[in-house]
Design a protein around this ligand. Sequence first.
Ligand SMILES: [Zn+2]
Length: 235
Amino acid sequence: MNELDILAFGAHPDDVELGIGGILSKCVQNGLKVGIVDLTQGEMGSRGTVEERKKEAEEAGKIIGILVRDNLCLKDSEIQNTPEQRLSVIYAIRKYRPKIIFATMCEDRHPDHHNAHFLIKEANYFSGLYKIKTEHEPYRCPTLLFYYPYYEVKSPNFIIDISEHYENKIDALKAHRSQFFNPEYLGNKTFISSERFWNSIRDRCAYWGSRINVSYAETIYTIEPINLSALKIII
Ligand SMILES: [Zn+2]
């Protein structure tokens, strides 16, 4: 049985941890079956090889406690909402039949994050069509939620308290040794690997926490009316 409660899509192998690592950690502790599907191997990243990033992503997933982490091996920096790429996403949705999907929110500065938003949203719709034949039965996930990996471009719809799961999120991010601030890793200097960016992860969670009077929080977006009771399993 492959079915998951929560399936989180990232464009690159660290997006999910950056955006909703705390929420997923909370879901796992609540007893939910959680999986991550990365769309690309992050091969266009300025630091880290595909092999390094694969190992790092697997380790980060274990730290959060997810059941599966797949990679659709779409081309990094070439995510587009095409029939071919939708079919790859449909395969994952039908295989895991999640109750809730998380995907990247639109208008993010990274075009892959922006394009992945529409790719996953539309793939989920088409995943329900019987005349699109794949190995698994048609299935359309009823609840789509969205997140930003780096910072909030829009005002969020929900803020989730992750105070008890913040350290787990940070530990998962530290597993991405080649990507973030790490004086022991020799690689190209990038904004993402700067100490300033590393500190901003904490500042961001603390800011959204302050908005609901808790220590740390993460944000969620919706783009259409959703059944509020569907969210009971993640809060
Ligand atoms: Zn990314």
